[in-house]
Design a binder for this molecule. Structure first.
Ligand code: MN
Length: 733
């Protein structure tokens, strides 16, 4: 059975192949090897299709060379070879052969779809998208997010497998690349791709990517360590042989059939242990590693018992990854024993199937077969994958299983770039406004527009993985309540609400101050008579956390009555020795109509400047202004305390809505005449409705905008001159 990365370079010292001795590629020979791999598991007609993809790829890349000087097509061929080692399906193989054509040649996704099917084209497109974000720089601290972004973008696990195979071949041929680029790619492999391989359980690949990265990042340390390991191996041979012999004897004695093998430590692992645990080379290497492979799970535990009976286990070192597998599906029993000469011996015990999973991970279950149903192990993996991926169709046969499985390791999130290359994770469906708030609250509060991938876009645009977002702000911009209808993140929502609430509070506090000033005058005092000392005493009597501002806001919102607060302030002042004031009539609150949320003109009577008005404070809603004759205020007579004297500001700048009803003869063109006359009167029509009455008369209802009563009177006078108009009334309901 094929294992990922089963390449000569992974076996022991073979990794020591120096970059400079890479031989030129023999394309004919490589193609033969590839055909041989395909014929192990594919039908002749499938192989023919794959070969036509090779011919297509070779033609598309014609004339291009790799850094090594080899024809470019040798690269996709090698990548497809790895995909064949993993025994993936024909679509994945075709996509592997074509994985660079969209980025490097003029071939389009549509052309690939036309020739090789939509599925292969989607895979190539997926790989190309990852290539594009790969060229963005990322900060080192952001490797984790970068990995998530890649995984979230890939959707289909085959895209990741092709990308990993691509990276493997690039790493194997990295010696031909200029040294600076070599470092960047090796670092990226170590930070991004090796952990992804690990996450997917592709252990052999994971180790090889780490070894190659280490070789290219620290060639000297690599060579020194390789030499030391080779030397130590000679010295250790005797100890290893002795332990191996004991294990091989002890297990059958306990009635256990097992395969025992020594484990070579890979250089990067040794290097990392030395660095992270501050161990010397010999301390790391003196831990001997063995693997015991048995037929089933019960035997694993029997073997464990037998080993613990032979050698003393090191307390706290036993781990049962069979009962609780690792997140990537890895299963084994781990234990450390005190071996002969007192050296620690690490032993991993597992079944053959577990071993296969441990080496090939996700790929081990995706072998392309078109006949048999999922084996028990595949079923188990199926479950494991379900926890990792979004399964679109639960299918019994593995080819279809592969076809329908979509990887979405982080289905709830998307990852986008800031202009400086920082990566932010956001909820799926997030917009530029969410992004702005994720960067900084001030950016969110001040954002007015955005550029997505250098193009101006509406703020509400939904972001996609890998987008580069730039927020445009304006100093005096404010959050828009409409944003609440589309923002996805809790943070943006909370900040927008907070801002709007604060703004309303500010307006309410301003109104409260005016209402209180009026009420204070009503107590025969001047506002200046209530000084800071009076306020302090008053506020102290209100409760622990109350402030003057809270009191004013409460008055503005109608939660406290200005008159009562004023009376109490007056008595606090007197109690503190202030002179009693003489009673004076209180002045009115001036209404200018643009106070914001704290002062509203009642919808029932729609007062306009010039109308006699009255203000009514309503709990939590601020001041509502009605006309004197509004019918709805009659009902609130018993709550006289809530009534406030209000007056219009003599000159208001804004326009006010007012309703009028016109009864006119039902003749053609009458509406046009009326509308023209309204316009001539300098008023705008906001809305018009007409009774659908086909009689002699018709009723027209207008909502107009006027500056004040005099303006309205002028408009109405103009309308009366129209012969068809019989009656005009202002509507109040
Ligand atoms: Mn490539």
């Amino acid at each position: 059975m094929a294992t990922p990365g089963a390449h000569p370079a992974t076996k022991g010292e073979a990794t020591l192949i120096a970059p400079e001795i890479l031989a030129p590629v023999d394309l004919t020979e490589n193609l033969e090897l590839f055909r041989a791999k395909l014929s192990l598991y594919l039908k002749p007609e499938e192989i023919a299709r794959i070969e036509s993809a090779y011919v297509f790829s070779a033609a598309a890349h014609r004339g291009q060379l790799r850094s090594s000087g080899d024809p470019y097509v040798s690269h996709p061929l090698a990548v497809a070879g790895t995909i064949a080692d993993w025994r993936l399906d024909p679509q994945a193989l075709i996509a592997a052969l074509l994985h660079d054509v969209m980025e490097d040649t003029a071939i389009t996704k549509q052309e690939i779809a036309d020739r090789f099917g939509k599925s292969a084209a989607e895979l190539v497109d997926g790989v190309s998208k990852i290539d594009r974000i790969e060229n963005q720089s990322y900060e080192e601290a952001q490797a984790e997010n970068f990995r998530k972004m890649l995984l979230a973008m890939a959707r289909d696990v085959r895209v990741i497998l092709i990308k990993l195979a691509d990276r493997l071949h690039n790493m194997r041929t990295l010696g031909a690349v200029p040294v600076e680029k070599r470092h960047r790619i090796a670092r990226e492999t170590l930070d991004i791709y090796a952990p992804i391989a690990n996450r997917l359980g592709l252990n052999t690949l994971y180790r090889e990517l780490q070894e190659l990265s280490f070789l290219h990042l620290h060639p000297l340390r690599y060579r020194v360590l390789a030499k030391a390991v080779k030397g130590a191996r000679g010295n250790r041979r005797e100890v290893v042989g002795k332990i191996m012999e004991t294990l091989r004897r002890r297990l059958p004695e306990a009635g256990i059939a097992a395969e025992v093998m020594g484990r070579e430590k890979h250089l990067y692992g040794v290097y990392r242990k030395m660095r992270e645990k501050h161990l010397s080379f010999s301390q790391v290497l003196d831990i001997y590693g063995f693997r015991v492979i048995v037929k089933d799970i019960p035997t694993c535990y029997l073997a464990l018992g037998a080993l613990h009976g032979s050698y003393k286990p090191v307390p706290g070192k036993f781990k049962d990854y069979i009962a609780i597998p690792k997140a990537n599906g890895y299963q084994s029993l781990h234990t450390t024993l005190i071996g002969p000469y007192g050296t620690p011996v690490e032993v991993q015990i597992r079944t053959a199937e577990m071993h296969h999973v441990a080496e090939s991970g996700v790929a081990s279950h995706w072998l392309y077969k078109d006949d048999n149903a999922l084996s028990e192990l595949q079923q188990k993996t199926h479950k494991w994958l379900q926890s990792l991926i979004e399964l679109q169709s639960a299918s019994g046969d593995s080819a279809e299983f592969l076809e329908h499985v979509k990887v979405d390791l982080f289905p709830g999130e998307i990852y986008v770039f800031t202009p400086k290359g920082k990566i932010l994770g956001l909820a799926r469906g997030a917009t530029s406004v969410d992004f702005a708030y994720a960067v900084h609250t001030d950016i969110g509060n001040r954002c007015v527009a955005c550029r997505i991938n250098f193009e101006l876009m509406p703020l509400r645009t939904e972001l996609r993985n890998g987008d580069r977002i730039e927020i445009i702000t304006a100093t005096h911009a404010n959050p828009n309540p409409a944003w609440l209808s589309y923002v996805k993140s809790g943070k943006a929502r909370a900040q927008i609400r907070h801002f709007l609430k604060t703004q309303q509070h500010e307006e309410s506090a301003a109104l409260g101050e005016r209402l209180l000033a009026q009420a204070v005058t009503g107590q025969g005092l001047r506002p200046g008579d209530i000084d800071a000392a009076v306020w302090e005493r008053f506020v102290r009597s209100c409760g622990a956390k109350t402030t003057k501002r809270d009191v004013l806001t409460d008055i503005g919102l109608g939660k406290r009555l200005a008159a009562i607060v004023a009376r109490r302030l007056a008595s606090v002042r007197e109690a503190g020795g202030g002179k009693p004031a003489e009673h004076k009539p209180q002045g009115a609150i001036i209404i200018h109509g643009s106070e914001g949320l704290s002062v509203q003109l009642a919808k029932c009577c729609r007062p306009i400047p010039g109308d006699p008005i009255v203000g009514i404070i309503r709990k939590g809603q601020g001041l509502l202004v009605h006309t004197h004759d509004c019918r709805s205020i009659g009902k609130t007579h018993h709550e006289r305390d809530n009534w406030v004297d209000v007056e219009w500001e003599p000159e208001t700048a804004r326009l006010f809505e007012v309703g009028i009803r016109i009864v006119a003869e039902n003749r053609r063109g009458v509406l046009a005449k009326v509308a023209a006359e309204i316009a001539a009167g300098g008023s705008d029509i906001q809305n018009v409705s007409m009774d659908d009455d086909r009689g002699i008369y018709t009723m027209l209802n207008f909502t107009l905008q006027v500056a004040h009563r005099v303006h309205l009177a002028r408009v109405m006078r103009g309308l009366r001159h129209i012969p068809e108009v019989l009656r005009i009334t202002r509507t109040k309901e």
